[in-house]
Design a protein around this ligand. Structure first.
Ligand SMILES: [Fe+2]
Ligand SMILES: [Fe+2]
Length: 137
């Protein structure tokens, strides 16, 4: 699942860990407070990661910044809506499905969408590097 860009791969690995922690808390029937807190950790981490990716896109002059950013916004909207499902007042059988769905949404994003910029980055890295050098002169 690597995009071959170390800073981004680190982020992806970290939020997979957070998602696995959430799913374990759900399976272990931890307190609703803990589950909501883990969900908030995922949302905050994902938002920070998406911002970082978008900053890289500008640096790389990636042609589909707005398209990818719109997908980021939509993923965050979905995650926030799902967090509401974890808000209520006790355990719910729907939580297990929600935890699995969150994992799928984020992994699918990496595999389908992030891989597109990974291809661009690896095909254009020479010109990206030159651009950075020009900017810094
Ligand atoms: Fe990503
Ligand atoms: Fe992304």
């Amino acid at each position: 699942m690597s995009v071959g860009i170390p800073e981004i791969d680190e982020d992806h690995k970290r939020f997979i860990v957070l998602i696995n922690d959430l799913n374990r808390s759900i399976a272990d029937r931890k307190s609703p407070d803990e589950i909501v807190r883990r969900m908030e950790d995922i949302i905050n981490d994902t938002a920070r990661h998406f911002d970082q990716e978008e900053r890289f896109f500008f640096e790389w002059q990636y042609p589909n910044i707005s398209g990818h950013a719109a997908i980021h916004a939509s993923v965050l909207k979905t995650l926030n809506a799902m967090k509401e499902q974890f808000m209520p007042y006790g355990h719910d059988s729907g939580w297990v499905d929600a935890g699995i769905k969150i994992k799928k949404i984020l992994i699918d994003h990496i595999l389908k969408e992030d891989m597109k910029y990974a291809d661009y980055y690896h095909n254009h890295r020479g010109s990206v590097t030159n651009h950075k050098r020009d900017v810094n002169q």
